[in-house]
Design a protein around this ligand. Structure first.
Ligand code: FEO
Ligand code: CA
Ligand code: CA
Ligand code: CA
Length: 615
């Protein structure tokens, strides 16, 4: 970064202390409201949310899904700061909180519970509007609203389309698949579409008959799917497809290739509710956390960064073959080069092509004795291809973000329980690494499509005695104003504020000094960091975007009360217990185990004086 031309934001709020409260805690002078919690009527007959959890699967298909995660706001041209489409990912479900009386996990599982769980996954496209008199945001019951679920038909595009890897009983020619699963982070494109990213999809499938490498390397289960959807009563095709065991002589007579339809980046046109989502296979198959655009330049390739969130996995980028112009559309994502990162210990780095036609890639594969038949094979087995070229194994890459002016890239490495003192490197310098860190890099010549870069560490998260801001510059340790662990969500806003969101585990929240999961604001130039927001019980804070004027900040609280069970009851009652937010010094809100069931939700944070959030 060149500080002389970079945005240099001052953080104009008092830090919120680490706290635990079953509510949102915002700085003095700020307020918050909930928007579109799980179960909000969205499409069709707009079925009302039933607080006892008794909504059916068919009703869930017409309501906002659960476990809000990555999201983007697409403004309406006529009123960009007060009216737009909010696209929200729904990563997974907590069965106890989803169903009346909890999940029935008999074998087979009740069909309607499975249908409801499938429908609570995916994406919501939500038309949202701000009331000009009250300042409150609400959901518009209009024609843009859409539910995309783990059962929605999708087109397979790019080099894997039509290959043997994706031929199924559902699509014998390998051009279609159903559903998007475990949608974590997100992205958006310069041509106005949304990207949803498939992260921990592998555990939803089971293969009991010996897994090919494109299942085994990703962790497809050998015993049962995560929610055992494959056992749904009645055995309908859309459920038993989650069993990828070999059952027939011909691959298109069973479901062995169903898992190969997952692990991709999916493009959705939010302004066309009848459009078919497209899986953009040229961008690789792994545990996609998200997909982050580098600000495009006319006449140059378009570049997206992506991370594979699993222990000791990799950082990737995709460079389109076609050059950017005002006329391009999503089809330019079907041709390009996928690269994986090597972070050298001397602060330099290289992007290594995963391309069957690249001589260095061919030589590396040959040297390792690994064969790939074609580019479809490379892409379906992206993790293996990255192993072959010697990419750097990272401490669980989560979100990235690109500076709007400098194009410097920041990415969270959330934590890594399998790193130890014997396998640290400069880019992953702590073993074990329970607290995580944020790394950043600058592409050679400030060209996002370059194949070389320089990197450093922005902050080592952690407790006051084991943390440091800008370690290579000898920066300070974190303090009570900003200690955090397990950074996950990350966003550089239009004013150059770096927003950092945390996903600490239950034990890290309950027994550590950090309080509940939270969001902090940072100045990427000075290294100043302040805690801005702390969320309710058991949630993770994830997903952040604002209106173009920066005055309405949308944030998600995912899985409040995720420790709920028959014995503990609901461990959060947020948001339906009535309180919306508190400021430091206000009474702490305590969950009542017999109170309302918790609901993942978006919140909208504004300043009481109507100013820009964070400054
Ligand atoms: Fe779904 Fe890596 O967080
Ligand atoms: Ca999550
Ligand atoms: Ca995440
Ligand atoms: Ca996480």
């Amino acid at each position: 970064a060149n500080p002389s031309f970079a945005l240099n934001p001052s953080l104009g709020f008092a830090a919120v202390p680490p706290t635990r409260s079953d509510n949102a805690t915002v700085p003095a002078g700020y307020k918050a409201q909930t928007l579109a919690p799980w179960g909000t009527p969205l499409t069709g007959s707009y079925p009302a949310y039933k607080a006892d959890g008794s909504n059916s699967g068919a009703e869930q298909e017409q309501q906002v899904g659960s476990h809000h995660d990555g999201m983007h706001y697409f403004p309406m041209a006529s009123n960009p700061n007060g009216h737009g489409l909010l696209c929200v990912n729904h990563e997974y479900v907590d069965q106890y909180n989803l169903h009346q009386g909890g999940a029935i996990n008999s074998n087979p599982r009740p069909e309607d519970q499975v249908r409801k769980e499938i429908a609570a996954h995916g994406v919501s496209v939500i038309e949202v509007k701000k009331d000009p008199f009250t300042g409150e945001w609400g959901v518009v019951q209009g024609g843009y609203n859409r539910r995309i679920t783990a059962n929605t038909p999708m087109e397979i595009r790019g080099p894997v389309r039509g290959s043997d890897f994706v031929k199924t009983k559902y699509s014998p020619d390998g051009t279609m698949t159903r559903g998007t699963i475990n949608n974590c982070g997100h992205g958006y494109t310069p041509w106005g579409t949304y990207l949803t990213c498939e992260e921990n999809w592998s555990g939803y499938f089971v293969n009991r008959t010996g897994r090919p490498r494109e299942h085994a390397r990703y962790g497809v289960s050998t015993s049962a799917g995560r929610y055992r959807w494959e056992t749904a009563q009645g055995g309908a095709d859309q459920y038993i497809r989650f069993d990828a065991s070999v059952k027939a002589a011909d691959p298109v007579d069973d479901y062995r290739n169903e898992p190969n339809g997952q692990g991709w980046i999916v493009e959705i046109d939010p302004f066309n509710p009848n459009s078919t989502p497209k899986k953009r296979t040229a961008m690789g198959r792994f545990g996609h956390e998200g997909c982050w655009l580098s600000p495009p330049q006319l006449g140059q390739p378009v570049v997206f960064y992506s991370g594979d969130d699993a222990q000791n996995e990799y950082v990737y980028k995709f460079v389109t073959k076609a050059r950017y112009s005002k006329n391009v559309n999503g089809d330019i994502l079907d041709q390009g080069t996928l690269y994986v990162a090597r972070f050298n210990d001397d602060g330099t780095g290289e992007w290594l092509a995963l391309d069957i036609n690249d001589l260095a890639f061919q030589a590396a594969a040959f040297a390792k004795g690994v064969a790939f038949a074609d580019q479809a094979d490379v892409l379906v087995n992206t993790r293996l291809a990255a192993d072959v070229v010697g990419a750097t194994k990272m401490d669980r890459p989560e979100w990235g973000t690109v500076h709007p002016q400098t194009r410097e890239v920041y990415m969270t490495m959330t934590n890594n329980g399998s790193r130890n003192a014997g396998n640290i490197d400069a880019a992953n310098p702590r073993g074990p690494n329970p607290y995580g860190h944020i790394i950043r890099w600058r592409e050679q010549g400030n060209r996002s499509w370059a194949t070389k870069f320089e990197w450093d560490i922005f902050v080592l998260g952690g407790i006051e005695s084991d943390s440091q801001v800008l370690p290579e510059q000898g920066g300070p340790a974190l303090t009570q104003d900003n200690i955090f662990a397990s950074p996950d969500g990350l966003w550089l806003d239009q004013n150059g504020i770096l927003w950092i969101q945390t996903d600490m585990s239950g034990s890290q929240q309950l027994s550590g000094p950090f309080g509940a999961n939270q969001m902090l604001a940072a100045n990427p130039i000075s290294g100043e960091i302040k805690r801005f927001l702390v969320g309710p019980n058991d949630q993770e804070t994830t997903g952040v975007v604002s209106t173009p004027d920066g005055k309405n900040l949308f944030v998600n609280f995912q899985h409040p009360g995720d420790r709920s069970s028959a014995s503990l009851g609901f461990t959060s009652n947020w948001p339906d217990h009535g309180a919306v937010y508190r400021q430091p010094g206000d009474a702490v809100v305590v969950a009542d185990p017999v109170g309302p069931r918790p609901r993942s939700s978006t919140i909208v944070i504004t300043r009481e004086d109507g100013g820009v959030v964070g400054l």
